[in-house]
Design a protein around this ligand. Structure first.
Ligand code: ZN
Length: 199
């Protein structure tokens, strides 16, 4: 491999840790950064370093800067419906639809035991505890994409939640099979939420 000055080599190595960024892409990004002003480079560096201040909400496990996130502390949101999502970023996607005004819970992934995503590795027990502790929750929306791991997760959680007599629902059909929630357009996702059905 061609030798570059150490700072270039270090940035390339750092960028290569990102998903989908191979050596060629890392090289291209690093050379784009080299053309930026010292001010912009400083800004990018600080912005990335500040990610260390992001923590997860103690109530719902969403990314936040405060111990409890804005949505969990918002009194105007419905307390009787909880939307369970795989990842924190799914919340932003669902919020953009304007079709939901309840609270969220981030599971931390989808069940995929072969890859190590077992119920113990996800926030399953915290979810069960929350439902146990909060009888106000009357409906749990299992907002997972309709792929193999999403279906497995919906089936598993439905079984676990049934004991509380809480209604479990899922997004309506209409989401393309295997489609990730984050790549679904707002209108389709909004319709799927409004037309949700029992699991
Ligand atoms: Zn929260």
């Amino acid at each position: 491999m061609r030798r570059f000055p150490t700072p270039i080599h270090n940035v390339m190595a750092a960028l290569s840790k990102l998903p989908g960024v191979g050596p060629k892409t890392a090289l291209r990004y690093t050379f784009s950064l080299l053309r930026m002003s010292p001010h912009d480079l400083d800004m990018i560096g600080r912005a990335i370093a500040n990610l260390q201040n992001v923590i997860t909400c103690s109530e719902c496990f969403a990314y936040t800067e405060t111990p409890i996130c804005d949505i969990c502390t918002d009194k105007r949101r419905q307390e009787n419906v909880l939307c369970v999502v795989a990842e924190s970023r799914d919340i932003a996607t669902i919020e953009a639809t304007d079709a939901f005004n309840g609270k969220y819970f981030v599971l931390g992934g989808k069940l995929n035991p072969v890859e190590g995503d077992t119920p113990e590795a996800l926030n399953v027990e915290a979810l069960i505890k929350k439902l146990e502790a909060d009888p106000k929750i009357k409906e749990v929306i299992l907002a997972f994409s309709p792929d193999v791991h999403g279906e497995t997760t919906i089936m598993y959680l439905t079984r676990r939640i049934k004991q509380f007599g809480t209604k479990t629902t899922r997004l309506a059909r209409g989401l393309p099979m295997g489609a990730d929630i984050e790549y679904t357009d707002e209108v389709t996702l909004g319709d799927a939420l409004l037309g949700r059905r029992d699991t």
